[in-house]
Design a protein around this ligand. Structure first.
Ligand code: NAD
Ligand code: 0WE
Length: 266
């Protein structure tokens, strides 16, 4: 029996088979969880429904997180299918593309800042609020996805770094708020992975190869590795872990001076 047997988990952010949300859904399904998925817009509806079928699920709901009504409707719809919910996995982020290119000071606008923070951080708490009642009394778990740009500055990540910093603070405040109800709240800070969101980033291929070279494991991580860590964090195996940011990055964040040792004879 899988370590998520009997758990009912809502996953937001599947857009393609490369999505981190897809890696998490696959791992959770493998470990015996029942899955529900959302899609951002009608363009994604059929695709996400097909993925759901592959994970033995016909629970698929629209949810653009900028829309309060859609967030409410998501949980009313879910309540018609499930009498309780054990987990919410938040796998989404957005900033206007032109703000993820160039020098931070030159490209950041009030509007881009607000959009990035609304979609990438505020939405996590909004889902926690709307899902709270369904999660009562089940030792549930909330999970989100962050990136190192929350705590280090790096080229081009720009306003997304601020939004991820806010998201990580959101994890800690939600963990304090919901801990007394038994709900745990955590994030995975993943290393860079080629997904739809990442393919929109200029120079991403170069970043991937630099990252692999400078990482203790000398390679990039996969959505399956992030998926396994996500399944663990949402399971009772992680019952003592809350408010935590777990790095799944091959060790990249723990080093300095890069891989200088590889050419130390020069
Ligand atoms: P992806 O493109 O597969 O997923 C991004 C998702 O965000 C899509 O499903 C999209 O529909 C959704 N989304 C965007 N705006 C939305 C809105 N208004 N309402 C609802 N959904 C919306 O890319 P991904 O890389 O799998 O991204 C998932 C998460 O992982 C993001 O939070 C991202 O910041 C994080 N992350 C990605 C990487 C990476 O290198 N790919 C590394 C660390 C963290
Ligand atoms: O969080 C992310 C990317 C999220 C993202 C991606 C896009 C591309 C398309 C948010 N908004 C948009 N808007 C778009 O219009 N990552 C962790 C992946 C990523 O993005 C980078 C990175 C890494 C890593 C951008 C610059 C530098 C590094």
């Amino acid at each position: 029996m899988g370590f998520l047997a009997g758990k009912r988990i809502l996953i937001l952010g599947v857009a393609s088979k490369l999505s981190i949300a897809s890696g998490i859904a696959a791992a959770m399904h493998r470990e015996g969880a029942e899955i529900a998925l959302t899609y951002q817009n009608d363009k994604l509806k059929d695709r996400v429904s097909k993925f759901a079928g592959g994970w033995d699920s016909n629970r698929v709901f629209p949810c653009d997180v900028t829309n309060d009504q859609q967030i409410q409707d998501l949980f009313s719809g879910l309540a018609e299918r499930w009498d309780g919910l054990d987990g919410i996995v938040h796998c989404l982020a957005y900033a206007p593309g032109h703000e993820l290119e160039g020098n931070y000071i030159d490209v950041t606008t009030r509007e881009g800042f607000l959009t990035a923070h609304e979609i990438s951080s505020y939405s996590f708490g909004a889902l926690a609020q709307a899902g709270r009642e369904l999660m009562q009394g089940r030792n549930g778990c909330l999970l989100t996805l962050s990136y190192l740009g929350a705590v280090r500055s790096l080229p081009h990540y720009n306003v997304m770094g601020l939004a991820k910093a806010s998201l990580e603070a959101n994890v800690r405040y939600l963990a304090s708020s919901l801990g007394p109800e038994g709900t745990r709240v955590n994030a995975i800070s993943a290393g860079p992975i080629r997904t739809l969101a990442a393919s929109g980033i200029k120079g991403f291929r170069k970043m991937l190869s630099y990252n692999a070279q400078q990482t203790p494991l000398r390679r990039n991580v996969t959505i399956d590795e992030v998926g396994n860590a996500g399944a663990f964090l949402c399971s009772d195996l992680a019952s003592g872990i809350s408010g935590e940011i777990l790095y799944v990055d091959g060790g990249f964040n723990t080093t300095a001076m890069g891989s200088l040792q590889d050419d130390e004879r020069e």
